[in-house]
Design a protein around this ligand. Structure first.
Ligand SMILES: Nc1ncnc2c1ncn2[C@@H]1O[C@H](COP(=O)(O)OP(=O)(O)O)[C@@H](O)[C@H]1O
Ligand SMILES: [Mg+2]
Length: 221
């Protein structure tokens, strides 16, 4: 039995974590075998790398985009070997919060060449690709406002609570790269409007997931 591999992508604050939780709960209610994970940070190594990549590192040194890129692929290599491939081999429905498309969008927007990512993709993914990618799409101006509210609510010490114009511009480029990926991979990627209320987004996601599960032998209603 072959599992089903589903990724969720989109700019910060687009609702990925919210929707992945809702989807996983729905699948569990249906008694389906689910594994939920995220990048970076699905494994013990990944959690170390996530801390390096996402929390402020103390040295003040600026990391070159290639160094950062290799850390993301180190996380992905370990994640695939330790968790994703085994879970798929066991016939599970694997839900992952951010994957290859995030690298393409963010590192691409930071200036890394597509050809560099092609080569690392070949080394690390070896032809594996998600059966379905849920691409949550919305204007970063609105999504980052959600992040500001979320971070204030969490009282997060290191988290950003204000995004300046340069950051906003970066996130707009990221969004455009996500949109281009959706356009270039229409069979894999489902573009989901993410500005709607969470219940509506959840319904749009289920419309795409349910048929995939049925055709994969999971009998979801
Ligand atoms: N559809 C929605 N409408 C309004 N707020 C939302 C919606 N989805 C999520 N949120 C809120 O926005 C914030 C960011 O959502 P989150 O799921 O953490 O996004 P991401 O994981 O993509 O960064 C959270 O505080 C969440 O509760
Ligand atoms: Mg999240």
């Amino acid at each position: 039995m072959q599992g089903v591999f589903i990724t969720i992508e989109g700019v910060e604050g687009s609702g990925k974590s919210t929707q992945l939780l809702r989807l996983s709960e729905r699948l569990r209610r249906l008694d389906l075998p689910v594994m939920v994970s995220k990048e970076p940070g699905g494994t013990a190594l990944g959690r170390e790398l996530r801390r390096l990549l996402l929390e402020r590192h103390g040295s003040g040194e600026t990391w070159c985009p290639e160094a950062e890129l290799l850390l993301f692929y180190a996380d992905r290599a370990q994640h695939l070997e330790a968790l994703i491939r085994p879970a798929l081999a066991e016939g599970k429905i694997v839900l992952v919060d951010r994957f290859e498309d995030s690298t393409r969008a963010y590192q691409g927007a930071s200036g890394v060449a597509e050809s560099s990512m092609d080569r690392l993709n070949e080394l690390v993914l070896r032809g594996l690709r998600p059966h379905l990618t849920l691409m949550l799409d919305m204007d970063p101006e609105a999504s980052l406002q959600r992040v500001e509210v979320r971070n204030l609510a969490l009282g997060a010490e290191f988290a950003e609570t204000r995004f300046d114009e340069a950051e906003l511009e970066f996130h707009r480029r990221v969004r455009n790269r996500f949109l281009a990926i959706a356009q270039n991979h229409p069979n894999r990627v489902a573009l989901i409007p993410a500005r709607d209320p969470a219940d509506q987004v959840e319904a749009a996601i289920w419309q795409r997931v349910a048929p995939l599960l049925r055709s994969s032998g999971f009998g979801a209603d």
